[in-house]
Structure formats: structure tokens, C-alpha cells
Design a protein around this ligand. Structure first.
Ligand SMILES: [Zn+2]
Ligand SMILES: [Zn+2]
Length: 449
């Protein structure tokens, strides 16, 4: 199994664009035959750029923020877990509206949820640190209590259930990841971090767990029956990690953070290749990667919904270079006292060109440009020579941006149906048809570069 060599040579991985060490450039992925066919089709049938998510329904009635919601597979139903201490199963009625068929009140606010559809098992994490397991009846009208797991000392932030190993894995604000046996209900192992563990992804086949935390670090651990080992740490974000998505097929990890950015970590490539995606103007709250169409859907706290085209060879943003003087005009930066004295000039502020990474002064980087191939969907600082090198077609957006019209705190998708559910700070849950913007490369209007 290649996973034994999953970790890079070093014990930690850094994403160059924000801070860190240089990485070798990644090889471009050749477009697949399907990709080429889809692009040809897209040229013939391309839809207008006005394609956007369609709001299908609003689910209202919660007394507080909904911390988690998911669409029940193959049903017109939604399960919600809320800070108002309720778990509710909502089914669509003949009127077209969603009404609760299950309304269960818990002892503490609900903070996280995992649902396994085939076995109808649901795990609800609470603000008091406990996880409760329930079994939902086939007709979604009854929910029976199964077990309580003393998972954490503080708020549960994420839960994953693995049927094969019968493990329930969770992260919490007690700074730990814990894994417990669902047969015995006993704690198997725990690992502590230096800050709140905020999100979790798990590879069922290899027992690798990715844990994002409030310091902005992601830790990759291999979980064993009673112990675990740290494989590597991924450092690149400048704010707390809010969301993670692991794609076991392409072995890509996506992370969203409060620094407004998303990073794609090419774990399977094992070369430390990272791609930066900057298009949100607020905290990234949730992400979902659609492997089939190679699109990443992300939502931000300001209500932004972005759909990123990952089916193209994107470029890594460069490492920021260090210099004591402008790498264009050679004027000293303000800490370079010697050169300032020798040349009798005043020191200048240091800036960095986002495209070439050179340390430049303000006068040599007066222009701003977007550069989507490197993930810069909005205008960023570039040096004057890089600005000259960017052609108009290089500014063609590689993502589409849409309005959720509420401050999104949580999102999940039913990828097979192209449906999305968003939870907002307005306590409203919205169900969206995403097929106008995802589902096939034809629908996106994207064309190959
Ligand atoms: Zn300069
Ligand atoms: Zn430059």
C-alpha cells in the first residue's frame, strides 16, 4: 500500500504562498478524454454565465442557530441539529413544505452530527462534550436512544462514524481527538493538541485522521486500536481551520480557514504540492469536493458560495522571497540601516509580488491584478513586470461566485442529486438545487485553458 509512504520526507509540510519553504512545481495533469469531450460539448452547448444555485426550500422554526444539517439520501428529508437543543427530522409534505416527523430535545446544545444512512444510526455531539447515538426508524417517524459516549470534556466540534471498524471518532474544544468503540461504548484512544480541534476527516481504509485546529494547523494521524502516531503536520493557513474535505480517490485534502482562503494539499502526490484558492471575502465555513466533476464547492460566513474548477492544471503560488532591498530597483528596505546610510536614502516598506514572490517596494508594485490560475480570483499586488506579463485571458475566472443570502455557518451536499443544504446565523436552513452550477462540466460553462 502506497500509504506507508504517504508522508513527505520532512515531518511537517508548509504551504508556500502564506509563509514557508519552497516547493517543487507540480506536474500538470493532462486533460482526460472525457474532459476533452466535455469541453468540446461545452463549446457547443455552453450555458449563460448567469447560471446559479436555485433555492428550493427554506426550513424554518429553530429557536437558535442550526449547527449541522444533512440531506437524507434518496428522500425529501433533512436532519438538523441545533444550538436550541433539538434534533429534528424534516420531511417534505404534499404542500411542498418541510415539517418535522421527529422532534427530540437533548440535555445540551447540539454542536455536531454524523449520520449513517444504511444502518439509520445517528451520532449527535453536544456542547457538554458527550456524544449520543440514536437509531432512526425506517419511516423516519421514531428515534430511539442507543448509547452515550463520554467523548470530550468540552464542546464536540466534529464526528465521523466508521461502520467497518465500529469506531466513532470525534474532535472537541477540549483540544483532543478521541476514538471510541461503538460496540462496547468504551474509549479506545485520545490525542491532545495545543489548541481546540475544530474539524475532522477520516480515511476509512487506512485509518488516517486529519484534524484541523484553531491555531491554523492540520495534523495527520494514523489511528491504531489504542494508540496513534503523528504522520505529518500541514502548515499554511493564517487563521483557524474551519473545514476539511478528504477525497480518498485522488488523495487530495482541502482545507478552509478563517483567513478567507482554501488550500488544496496533494497528499497522494507526496511532493508537498499545494494550491491556494482565494476568492472569498470572509471566513470559509464549509467545503465539499465533487470528485466526479472535479469541482470544489465552498461557502463563507458572508453568504458567499463558490464553485471552483479543479479540472485544470493550476499553478502553485510562489514562496515569498526574503531580501534587504527591493529586488527590482535595489532601494533598501527600512531595516537595512547600513545601505540606507551608505546611499543616504530612506528605507522603504517591503511588499511581495503574489505572482513571482519577489520582495519589492511600493513603487515597483503599483498595479493589482487577479490571477486565477494561481488561485487569486480577486485583485492582488503584483510587481510591474509581472503585471505586464499577465494577459487579459489570464484573468478569466476559474470559479463561479454566488449569493447564499444568509450568513452561512454550515453546509453539506448530497452530491448524487446535486443538492446542497446551508445553515445560517438567521436560524434558517436552505435547500438548494446546485445542478445549474455543478454536476457536469457542461453545466459550469467552464472551458479548458
Ligand atoms: Zn523598488
Ligand atoms: Zn512579480
Amino acid at each position: 500500500m502506497l500509504y506507508g509512504r504517504l508522508a513527505p520526507d520532512t515531518t511537517s509540510w508548509r504551504c508556500a504562498p502564506l509563509h514557508g519553504t519552497a516547493r517543487p512545481g507540480g506536474a500538470a495533469r493532462a486533460p482526460s478524454a472525457e474532459g476533452r469531450r466535455a469541453n468540446m460539448a461545452a463549446e457547443i452547448h455552453s450555458r449563460p454565465q448567469s447560471s446559479r444555485p436555485v433555492l428550493l426550500s427554506k426550513v424554518e422554526g429553530h429557536q437558535d442557530v442550526v449547527s449541522a444539517a444533512l440531506l437524507i439520501p434518496k428522500e425529501d428529508g433533512v436532519i438538523t441539529a441545533s444550538e436550541d437543543r433539538t434534533i429534528r427530522v424534516w420531511l417534505k409534505r404534499d404542500s411542498g413544505q418541510y415539517w418535522p416527523s421527529i422532534y427530540h430535545t437533548m440535555s445540551s446544545p447540539c454542536s455536531a452530527m454524523a449520520y449513517h444512512h444504511d444502518s439509520r444510526r445517528i451520532f449527535v455531539g453536544q456542547d457538554n462534550g458527550a456524544i449520543m447515538e440514536f437509531h432512526i426508524s425506517e419511516d423516519f417517524n421514531k428515534m430511539n436512544f442507543v448509547k452515550t459516549y463520554p467523548a470530550h470534556q468540552n464542546r464536540v466540534s466534529a464526528i465521523t462514524f466508521c461502520l467497518t471498524s465500529e469506531w466513532v471518532i470525534s474532535t472537541g474544544h477540549d483540544k483532543c481527538v478521541s476514538w471510541m468503540c461503538t460496540r462496547s461504548g468504551s474509549m479506545l484512544g485520545r490525542h491532545y493538541f495545543t489548541s481546540w480541534a475544530s474539524c475532522l476527516q477520516y480515511d476509512h481504509e487506512t485509518r488516517y485522521a486529519f484534524v484541523g485546529d484553531y491555531s491554523g494547523q492540520i495534523t495527520l494521524l494514523k489511528l491504531e486500536q489504542n494508540t496513534c502516531s503523528i504522520i505529518t503536520t500541514l502548515k499554511g493557513h493564517e487563521g483557524s481551520i474551519t473545514s476539511l474535505w478528504w477525497d480518498p480517490v485522488q488523495r487530495l485534502l482541502f482545507s478552509g480557514a478563517s483567513d478567507h482562503s482554501i488550500i488544496m494539499w496533494d497528499i497522494g502526490g507526496r511532493k508537498g504540492r499545494t494550491l491556494l484558492l482565494q476568492g472569498h471575502h470572509d471566513k470559509v465555513q464549509a467545503i465539499c469536493y465533487i470528485q466526479l466533476t472535479r469541482q470544489l464547492v465552498s461557502c463563507s460566513a458572508d453568504g458567499g458560495i463558490a464553485v471552483w474548477n479543479m479540472d485544470i492544471s493550476r499553478e502553485e503560488a510562489p514562496q515569498w522571497l526574503e531580501s534587504d532591498s527591493c529586488q527590482k530597483c535595489e532601494q533598501p528596505f527600512f531595516w537595512n540601516i547600513k545601505q540606507m546610510w551608505d546611499t543616504k536614502t530612506l528605507g522603504l516598506r517591503q511588499h511581495h509580488c503574489r505572482k513571482c514572490g519577489q520582495a519589492v517596494c511600493g513603487k515597483c508594485s503599483t498595479k493589482r491584478s487577479s490571477y486565477p490560475i494561481m488561485g487569486f480570483e480577486f485583485q492582488v499586488r503584483v510587481c510591474d513586470s509581472c503585471f505586464e506579463s499577465i494577459k487579459d485571458e489570464d484573468r478569466t475566472s476559474l470559479a463561479t461566485f454566488h449569493e447564499g443570502k444568509h450568513n452561512i455557518s454550515h453546509m453539506s451536499m448530497d452530491i448524487s442529486r446535486g443538492l446542497m443544504v446551508t445553515c445560517g446565523s438567521d436560524r434558517i436552513v436552505k435547500i438548494w438545487d446546485m445542478t445549474p452550477v455543478v454536476g457536469c462540466s457542461l453545466a459550469t460553462g467552464f472551458s479548458s485553458r
